[in-house]
Ligand binder design. Structure first.
Ligand SMILES: Nc1ncnc2c1ncn2[C@@H]1O[C@H](COP(=O)(O)OP(=O)(O)OP(=O)(O)O)[C@@H](O)[C@H]1O
Length: 645
């Protein structure tokens, strides 16, 4: 599909004209018009030239931009109006056009991306090849699905939703729909599950596929696959998925069926934990500040092997130093209520990007077991990796994608280089009234937290709703405990709370409401304000530290002052924040200037921006390296395939 010339005004006017026309039509007529469009697009598809064999997107037929696209957008806009009572803003129609043209639309936080996705999704779903709406978590997948399901129903399209707790049959049903909502990682895991099924399925004899077709059986049913061909995806929070998580692999594990070393393996984890507690930092091992990797010194190396020689009964599945490395990582690097939580007698990983807890995930190669030993919970068998894929590589399996986010421009070059996607910025619907208060700096964490609590108490007295964004669960707990002790009522959203996420968010915009939240309330969370809250200045966001990536900071402050509402934010920074781990000079300078005078007017914002830029550049280089490795792998696979022919 060729990118369309962007003529926002003409496009918006044309879609509005179509919608005006449809406003007079009864529901049944909208449905039959959808059916006609679907037939037209399918016939175009049948007569399209064969696929070009390129690696990236748009290698298969895509519906071309035409009057049909304008009409489809008009139909969807009208269906949304009838089912939600909301009339698309001009900026949403513009963004819809950009998305249907296969680009990334940068819409500021709170501008209504959920409804906007309906436009490209409806358009692409007409081709009947399945369209995925990929969100960053299950809560958003369900919320967005429930928001737009009535509109798609009205137009006669089928729509489903997947989550990690569903069984195969339920998922298959959702995947057979025209549109499927789900968290991006779950689409990836299902893809891996299908790859495994395909690998182990017996090869069919020539003609069997056709016979199955004549019997009315679909190939997917025959193979008991979960999903189907990856045709088109709309990626919500595109920068998080395509950039921040690009190098995080999706790993599908299965329980180890034949443990290689039996019960003495468990003893090895414990022995490694014992020696790890005896090793001395700097003398026996060093922790690298850049990637937090652990390196044993020659003395440490000697000590661990001396220890091993005294335990002849230990039988190992890997080198002894790996056990000790895991035990050191578990003790020195991974922190409870930061990297993981301990719940119901098991260790559950916290996703650092989303703040969500994933009970079904585990660290590999014995690290998870080392953490279980440290926490003295039951040690479970190691799991074998069955299949893995990087997110970057998984996304490249789609024929075409488009995406939305509030923070894409900063990553525009990378999106172009790696994914061949252009970024188009969409203006805001109403002017933004967000007020940024000067950051406050402290020499240590203790004085920072005391000031945060004092600030919350003072603001609470005036009744403005507040969102306090913390980096870790531990910090959310610590601020919560401090507020308890001074009698400030509040709620906590950190993945281990008892209340439902939706209920907490529904209350967060009420006057006087104080919500302490980890990254769970970062991207996508929509905090609705009451009129009384607007009169008190809207939502005030307190960010308890800077994230290494400035886009994550912008997402957090973007929870307030949405769509022209009032709102404000302020950062609290301490010299002991994790951000400064790699720049001790900056930490020392903040500590020295703030010592004894925490509220003096200091400004380190330009140094912090520079530091964030440096860290983002380092992360970019890691992703570029992975991308090169992926391209190399593709070339190898292509060569192997050619030689096989
Ligand atoms: N056309 C519209 N008319 C009225 N309200 C709208 C319209 N579009 C969206 N909204 C409302 O605006 C709010 C924000 O929408 P939404 O959560 O989709 O924003 P977002 O851009 O996805 O935010 P974020 O960047 O935080 O993910 C919601 O309450 C939604 O119902």
């Amino acid at each position: 599909m060729k990118p369309l010339p962007i003529t926002p005004d003409r496009t918006v006017a044309a879609v509005r004209d179509q919608q005006q026309r449809f406003m007079r039509w009864p529901d049944a007529l909208l449905q039959s018009r959808t059916e006609q469009l679907r037939t037209k697009i399918k016939s175009e598809q049948r007569h399209a030239p064969p696929p070009a064999n390129s690696r990236f997107w748009q290698r298969w037929w895509q519906p071309t931009a035409s009057d049909a696209m304008i009409e489809a957008h008009g139909l969807m806009a009208e269906a949304v109006r009838r089912t939600t009572g909301k009339l698309f803003y001009d900026v949403q129609l513009q963004a819809g056009w950009i998305l249907s043209s296969g680009s990334i639309a940068e819409m500021q936080t709170g501008e209504g991306k959920t409804l906007t996705t309906g436009l490209p999704v409806f358009w692409q779903a007409l081709a009947g090849r399945g369209c995925h709406v990929s969100t960053v978590n299950e809560y958003l997948a369900r919320r967005d699905f429930e928001t737009l399901q009535p509109s798609f129903d009205l137009l006669g399209l089928t729509v489903g939703h997947i989550d990690s707790k569903m069984g195969v049959a339920e998922k298959q049903q959702a995947y057979r729909c025209d549109i499927t909502y789900g968290p991006g990682y779950e689409f990836g895991f299902d893809f891996l599950r299908d790859q495994i099924a395909l690998r182990s399925a017996p090869r069919r004899k020539l003609g069997m596929e056709y016979l199955a077709h004549l019997r009315g059986e679909s190939v997917e049913q025959k193979n008991a696959l979960i999903g189907r061909r990856l045709a088109f995806a709309v990626i919500d929070e595109a920068d998080s998925v395509l950039i921040d998580e690009a190098t995080t692999p999706l790993i599908l594990s299965g329980q180890e069926t034949s443990p290689r070393v039996g019960g003495s393996q468990i003893e090895a984890y414990f022995a490694a934990d014992r020696i790890a507690q005896q090793l001395q930092p700097e003398e026996d091992y060093r922790v690298a500040s850049i990637d937090r990797s652990i390196e044993l010194t020659p003395t440490g190396w000697f000590r661990i092997h001396q220890h091993f020689a005294q335990s002849p009964q230990l039988r190992l599945a890997r080198a002894w130093s790996c056990y000790v490395d895991n035990a050191l990582r578990a003790r020195q690097i991974l922190c409870r209520d930061v990297d993981y939580v301990v719940r119901n007698g098991s260790v559950e990983i916290v996703d650092q990007n989303t703040g969500r807890i994933h009970p079904d995930r585990s660290w590999r190669n014995g690290l998870h077991q080392a953490v279980q030993v440290k926490e003295r919970v039951a040690v479970v068998a190691e799991q074998q990796t069955q299949a893995r894929i990087t997110r970057q590589r998984f996304i490249s399996q789609y024929d075409a994608i488009c995406g939305l986010t509030g923070t894409a421009q900063a990553a525009a070059d990378e999106l172009k280089d790696f994914y061949r996607l252009s970024v188009v910025s969409i203006p805001t619907h109403r002017p933004c009234h967000r007020i940024g208060l000067p950051s406050r700096y402290f020499s240590n964490l203790r004085s920072k937290q005391a000031s945060i609590v004092a600030e919350i108490r003072a603001r609470h007295a005036h009744g403005a709703p507040m969102l306090v964004g913390t980096r870790t669960i531990a910090e959310s707990r610590s601020i919560s405990a401090a507020l308890h002790s001074c009698g400030v009522p509040h709620r906590t959203l950190n993945g281990v709370q008892d209340e439902s996420e939706a209920d907490l968010i529904a209350l967060a915009g009420q006057p006087g409401s104080v919500t302490i939240a980890t990254n769970m309330a970062g991207r996508g969370t929509d905090i609705g304000l009451s009129d009384a809250s607007r009169r008190r200045g809207g939502l005030h966001v307190i960010a308890t530290e800077h994230h290494p990536c400035s886009r994550v900071d912008r997402q957090l402050i973007g929870r307030g002052a949405r769509q022209g509402d009032p709102g404000s934010y302020q950062f609290f920074v301490s010299a002991e924040d994790e951000l400064f781990d790699q720049t001790p000079q900056l930490a020392e300078s903040i500590a020295a200037r703030c010592e004894g005078a925490p509220d003096a007017q200091h400004d380190f914002s330009s140094q912090i921006t520079r530091l964030q830029n440096d860290l983002e550049h380092q992360a970019y280089q890691r992703r570029a390296q992975l991308n090169r490795a992926d391209q190399w792998l593709d070339r190898v696979l292509e060569t192997v395939a050619k030689e096989a022919v």
